[in-house]
Design a binder for this molecule. Sequence first.
Ligand SMILES: Nc1ncnc2c1ncn2[C@@H]1O[C@H](COP(=O)(O)OP(=O)(O)OP(=O)(O)O)[C@@H](O)[C@H]1O
Ligand SMILES: [Mg+2]
Length: 270
Amino acid sequence: MQKPIYELLMLYLNGEFKEYFSESDPFKVLQRLEGKVYRQVKSRKTFQFEHNGMTYFAKLHDGVGWLEIFKNLIRLKLPVLGARVEWDAIKRLNQISIATMNVVGFGQRGWNPAKIQSFIITEDLRETISLEEFCLEWTDSPPAHSIRRALIKEVARIASVMHSSGISHRDFYLCHFLLHKEAKHFPKLSLIDLHRAIIQKRLSRRWIIKDIAGLYYSAMQIGLSKRDLLRFARHYSAEDKELTYRNNIEFWAQVEKRADNMFKRLGPAR
Ligand SMILES: Nc1ncnc2c1ncn2[C@@H]1O[C@H](COP(=O)(O)OP(=O)(O)OP(=O)(O)O)[C@@H](O)[C@H]1O
Ligand SMILES: [Mg+2]
């Protein structure tokens, strides 16, 4: 039988999901699946579901349409074309040993960029709390210095390793760091939500500034001191010789300006 043209297909499923979808079309099954919806916008849905006693997260992307693609291009923005971006970024993070989600399924079909359908399924990172939530009460009840210092150091390390490997997250906020509550070593953090990530051979400074400013914006309400910020800059710069921004006043001024603008435009991150 001749396959329809939209069947231009990429598919990865682990054993469990191969079996689950053995008799069916994974795209259709996922679209109909009931679960707890975490996010739903026009061309994307993120939800949690259960299968064989385990919980998973699925993110489904529908074609964004040519209009959206053109609108983005006119504004010199990169359109997000689907789960492939997240799938590639997770593979890259695995190579550089940054903890992230464990992918159990990925699929993409279609050849027309405006109509590509795709999904990514990841294991639920259980027993975790986002740093946004973990740091929520820090202004009223500050944590022990050791906790604060260790977290700043680890977040700076992750940012630095990621950037020096050419990855920009592009949604680099505290809410996308999940802290494992039961890990043997503190802090164990997993980075999530990579569907806007870009990977370049050598990351341009514009993307670095965007990420760090986003992170700073998301942390503006948790009462960081000047010392904390300097600590971040020191660790961020220490990881990689190329990211020697520690004493680069102009760089940090740009980060601050961009974060301030975000605050003016969007209000507090939480
Ligand atoms: N594998 C996972 N384990 C645990 N929690 C997850 C996982 N994947 C997603 N989540 C939860 O679902 C939320 C939404 O996921 P994600 O941020 O990737 O989707 P999104 O569609 O980009 O949403 P948003 O636009 O709100 O960022 C996350 O902030 C997190 O709370
Ligand atoms: Mg998100």
